[in-house]
Design a protein around this ligand. Structure first.
Ligand code: IMP
Length: 189
């Protein structure tokens, strides 16, 4: 799995919580992550793919491999809400409205990550998802964002109660980033 030539990738995100997860996932592929903190101008878009394409556009002209991602928490019984608005909803209201709305609705939910990689004029997208349900009340202090209310399928603990390694074993972000790692192995630096 390890690439013959270690390579460096610039990961551009405003969210510090995503950095260790992404770094640990890419390490076995010989990828060293350099974090550049940046606030993107996110378009009003219905799909993560559109947001990621806009982010890739903003890093045009940057040197080497540049990695961005956008993620969301999707609840099918709420027509996919909060989805692409996950960050805004959490900042404005916390978990309470979601837990209230789900009192009388199915609790299935999933996280989805779209990772975008750019090198020069080329760009590639990679998708990862993890399915589960919304817990009745928040639990745990690990992770970030919606982790305290997400119970992965087959688990009795939320993502926020898991170790970073356990979350990384199955998470949407790790699944997308493993695809990035596999793609980079053997490609020219
Ligand atoms: P983004 O930074 O625009 O991708 O916003 C995604 C938002 O979705 C974050 O601010 C979190 O609220 C939520 N989110 C994304 N990934 C995760 C995760 O791994 N755990 C918990 N919440 C997440």
């Amino acid at each position: 799995m390890v690439s013959a030539r270690p390579r460096s990738v610039t990961f551009v995100s405003r969210n510090a919580g995503k950095v260790p997860e992404t770094r640990e996932t890419l390490r076995p592929y010989g990828v060293t992550l350099r974090w550049r903190r940046k606030e993107f101008i996110e378009p009003q878009a219905a799909r993560l793919e559109e947001v990621v394409r806009a982010k890739l556009h903003e890093v045009e002209g940057w040197a080497g491999y540049v990695l961005v991602e956008d993620s969301g928490f999707f609840i099918p019984s709420l027509n996919g809400f909060p989805g692409v608005y996950s960050a805004h909803v959490l900042e404005a209201w916390g978990f309470t409205p979601i837990l209230e709305l789900l009192r009388s609705r199915p609790r299935e939910a999933y996280f989805r990550t779209v990772a975008g990689l750019r090198r020069g004029r080329s760009e590639w997208l990679f998708v990862g998802e993890v399915r589960g349900t919304v817990a009745r009340r928040p639990a745990g202090h690990g992770g970030f964002g919606y982790d305290p209310i997400f119970l992965p399928r087959g688990w009795k603990r939320t993502f926020a109660e898991a170790t970073p390694e356990e979350k990384n074993g199955i998470s949407h972000r790790a699944r997308a980033m493993r695809k990035v790692g596999k793609f980079l192995v053997g490609r020219p630096t």
